[in-house]
Write a protein that binds this ligand. Structure first.
Ligand SMILES: NC(=O)c1ccc[n+]([C@@H]2O[C@H](COP(=O)([O-])OP(=O)(O)OC[C@H]3O[C@@H](n4cnc5c(N)ncnc54)[C@H](OP(=O)(O)O)[C@@H]3O)[C@@H](O)[C@H]2O)c1
Length: 245
């Protein structure tokens, strides 16, 4: 017991998270962690542009987070703008399943995340799928799934989580962008947050980390508990468990 406590106290916030969640009884949906990097004024990108924020230590942390999860998920715009690989390269560990939410299946042909290695999954919204985009992904060897649509015709978050749970995903890392992260918070399906804060300011028209959450009163704010803060070189990592009002 003493040894276990020592190990946990020596662990980084992300390692502690894995330890805690291993002990937790897993419910019907995956445990969801949001991991983002942003400017000090809360912008995740200059609008429409790839905007790097991470230090070398931050990249290690982000890739260690990927290795600690069964799947990593991004929105269609992040694939269009950043073309991320979503693999583990700057830390030890194996690659998670790569998941993209794309309501119509429309994504750039040959995007890195859509490599036909059996580890890529695109989830569209029922009634929105485009047959030619679907055929292109299928012929590229990408796995496809259709979730229920939300009120805006995009992928319903609970339905996507059900699809992932059925595929054995127990821990899901959501890496952005802002619209997808907002949808996960609006659905109240984020369990943990890790934000790497870079010591820079972007101002408008930088993309804010979150859109509207429907919060009208300070008492309705989403809060973090069990917060830890660590330095990632010049940057700072804030990690915590999400508590909804
Ligand atoms: N700093 C960071 O850590 C970080 C990480 C990732 C991305 N980014 C930045 O974020 C920007 C992209 O973010 P974004 O907010 O514009 O787009 P996003 O969240 O990456 O993707 C949004 C798109 O995903 C699809 N989608 C399907 N179901 C959805 C749902 N339930 N909720 C939301 N979206 C859904 C929609 O496209 P369809 O209509 O095609 O389905 C939607 O327009 C880029 O500039 C990128 O550089 C920053």
């Amino acid at each position: 017991m003493l040894r276990k406590r020592t190990l946990e106290s020596e662990a980084s916030p992300l390692q502690s998270l894995v330890t805690r969640d291993t002990l937790r009884v897993v419910g019907l949906r995956p445990i969801v962690t949001v991991h983002l990097a942003q400017s000090l004024d809360g912008r995740v990108a200059l609008a429409g542009k790839t905007t790097p924020f991470s230090t070398q230590e931050g990249r290690f942390c982000a890739h260690a987070a990927r290795a600690a999860h069964d799947a990593v998920l991004v929105g269609a715009s992040t694939v269009r703008i950043d073309n991320p690989r979503l693999t583990v390269r700057d830390a030890p560990g194996s690659d998670p399943l790569r998941v993209v939410l794309a309501s119509t299946f429309a994504l750039p042909r040959g995007a890195h995340a859509l490599k036909g290695d059996g580890r890529a999954l695109v989830i569209s919204a029922r009634g929105q799928s485009d047959a030619s985009e679907q055929a292109a992904l299928e012929s590229a060897g990408v796995s496809l799934a259709v979730a229920e649509a939300d009120a805006e015709g995009r992928v319903n978050i609970d339905s996507a989580l059900e699809i992932l749970a059925a595929r054995g995903v127990r821990r899901l890392l959501v890496e952005g962008g802002a619209k997808v992260v907002t949808s996960f918070f609006r659905a109240r399906r984020v369990d943990h947050v890790s934000v790497e804060i870079a010591m820079c300011l972007l101002g408008a028209p930088g993309t804010p980390m979150l859109g509207a959450l429907g919060i009208a009163l300070p008492t309705q704010a989403v809060r973090l508990a069990n917060v830890s803060v660590e330095r990632l070189g010049e940057n700072v990592l804030v990690h915590g468990d999400v508590v909804y009002a």
